[in-house]
Design a protein around this ligand. Structure first.
Ligand SMILES: Nc1ncnc2c1ncn2[C@@H]1O[C@H](COP(=O)(O)OP(=O)(O)OP(=O)(O)O)[C@@H](O)[C@H]1O
Length: 533
């Protein structure tokens, strides 16, 4: 195979490769020549793996690839499986003869191929490169290889074997085609890219049976009125009513075709079939079709039926399809809700923040800022640690104080108990101190004394209850206040009791002195009585 790209030696050299969009916009002969490898004697134009790179790269030549096998031929070329020699990557290329193309058609082909390279989505066949071989007026479009073939082959296999596809597989295809179309219909620059030739043969499957939408936009070029490939092969089963009615193609036309493909995945035949174009057009205009096989749920049937709506305004947009509750549910349950665009953005963010893509000083500056942030975070953590240590110390002190209070309380309590052995009516001190000592001995004793009256009220006030030493440690901060109160109360009570004792003793002394006064007299009286008796 001739592996050379012919170069026009008269062309003006280009210092840095222009953006493909510039080439597309230029639309003049020079732009077409540039795109077809005719522009620069020193630096011929070629698509690169990454269209965002600014560094010019040596263009690929046919010699960089080895043909593995021929996959098949379509109406506008042959598709082959190839291997990239430098890394062994398996790819596919489509060979198209541009010999009979007009300048306008060539220009359209250039712009479409450039556009294809901008479509980066996990559900769209990735376009890598293009090679122009002027010696045989052939353009080679290098793209991702999809090793599970296309949906047309899958459908015919199922029809042959008389087996229906699994419903979840249909949902997966539905979601992934929708995601791919969303990427195209909602372009960042606001310019929708329409597929224009959606059919099972243009939907491929990779090794994991993920959808890869292919042949984007090429249809517009190659099915152009004056195109060399105007001979359309096959029956347009997927043509929308607006196209049948000679109206212009729009985003909703892609959606109609998608609906027909989904229907065919279930029914293994398109929704509208006829033996000739006229009959088919009539059926498409009416838009009546049978339900998908009963094997499939009403949910799937409803979604498919909603998409195949004759009235353009009633047909959902791509966002509306994705926002269908059932589609959203399936997207989540089948793990398909990962947004490829987000991945693209994440990639570009990573690239932006990688050292290679930034100047050295910028990188240093960022490192310094990060270092400062780390320092201040470290300081903050140190402060926190200090505060925690301080709190710990305070708690320890409180604990010691509380323990001391408990000990003192116990000791005083027993002394007081001895003092009031006489059976003073107010025995609360004794009962409490005995309660405390009992709890000290038996930590399992319930902390609360509970009466079993109808309200279930506690018969001990909170400060009358004394926790066991086990529970004490967990609640000592709360209880320390209670203990202090308890202790002060007991002191007051003791003072009161001492006063009573003092008064009682004084009264006793008074009584004794009165007795002493009386006794001699009585002695005398008795003796007198005895005397008298
Ligand atoms: N990227 C690819 N990876 C694997 N196989 C592919 C790829 N692109 C196309 N093919 C296969 O190559 C064969 C030819 O494809 P091509 O697109 O040229 O024609 P077609 O789609 O079958 O017909 P037409 O384009 O006329 O509608 C088909 O069997 C198709 O499945």
């Amino acid at each position: 195979m001739a592996g050379t790209v012919e170069i026009d030696p008269l062309a003006v050299p280009v210092k840095i490769r222009k953006q493909d969009s510039d080439i597309r916009l230029a639309g003049n002969k020079r732009a077409i020549d540039l795109a077809f490898g005719l522009g620069d004697a020193h630096r011929p134009i070629s698509a690169t793996d990454d269209c965002r790179t600014k560094t010019p790269r040596m263009p690929s030549t046919l010699d960089d690839f080895a043909v593995i096998s021929t996959i098949g031929s379509g109406s506008y070329g042959t598709c082959r499986k190839i291997r990239r020699k430098k890394d062994g990557k398996v790819l596919a290329w489509k060979e198209m003869d541009y010999g009979s193309m007009t300048e306008t058609e060539k220009q359209m082909l250039v712009s479409e191929v450039n556009l294809l390279r901008e479509l980066r989505h996990s559900n769209i066949v990735r376009y890598y490169d293009r090679i122009i071989d002027r010696s045989n007026t052939t353009i080679y479009i290098i793209m991702e290889y999809c090793d599970r073939g296309d949906l047309a082959s899958l459908i015919s296999r199922c029809r042959r074997d008389e087996v229906y596809m699994e419903e979840d597989f249909v949902w997966k295809i539905l979601v992934q085609i929708t995601q791919a179309l969303q990427e195209c219909h909602r372009r960042k620059n606001g310019k929708a890219v329409l597929h224009r030739d959606l059919k099972p043969a243009n939907i491929f499957l990779d090794s994991d049976e993920n959808v890869k939408l292919g042949d984007f936009g090429l249809a517009r070029v190659l099915h152009h009125e004056t195109s060399f490939a105007k001979t359309y092969v096959g029956t347009p089963y997927y043509m929308s009513p607006e196209l049948v009615n000679n109206m212009s193609y729009n985003e909703k036309s892609d959606i109609w075709s998608m609906g027909c493909i989904l229907y065919e995945l279930c029914a293994l035949r398109p929704p509208f079939t006829a033996s000739n174009q006229h009959e088919l057009n009539k059926k498409i205009r009416v838009g009546d079709f049978a339900r998908i096989p009963n094997k499939y749920t009403d949910g799937l049937n409803n979604v498919v039926a909603k998409i195949i709506r004759v009235e353009v305004h009633k047909r959902p947009t791509i966002d509306e399809v994705l926002n269908e509750p059932l589609v959203m549910k399936k997207r989540t349950s089948l793990g398909l809700d990962f947004n490829q665009r987000d991945e693209g953005r994440r990639d570009s963010r990573q690239r932006l923040s990688s050292p290679e893509s930034r100047s050295h000083t910028d990188w240093e500056e960022e490192l310094r800022t990060r270092e400062q942030k780390l320092d201040s975070r470290e300081r903050e953590l140190d402060d926190r640690e200090n505060r925690i240590c301080l709190k710990e110390k305070l708690l320890e002190e409180k604990l010691k104080r509380a323990e001391m209070l408990i000990r003192e309380f116990g000791r005083k309590g027993s002394v007081d108990r001895d003092v009031f052995q006489a059976g003073d009516a107010d025995m609360s001190l004794e009962s409490r101190s005995s309660c405390l000592s009992k709890r000290k001995k038996d930590p399992d004793t319930p902390k609360k004394k509970v009466t079993f009256d109808m309200y279930g009220k506690e018969n001990c006030r909170k400060k009358d209850t004394v926790p066991s030493t086990d529970t004490y440690f967990s609640t000592f901060t709360d209880l320390e206040g209670d203990y202090t109160d308890l202790y002060l109360n007991e002191l007051a009570k003791r003072r009161e009791l001492k006063e009573k004792l003092f008064k009682a003793k004084a009264r006793a002394m008074e009584i004794r002195s009165i007795e002493d006064d009386i006794r001699p007299r009585a002695k005398n009286t008795n003796s007198n009585l005895l005397f008298f008796r």
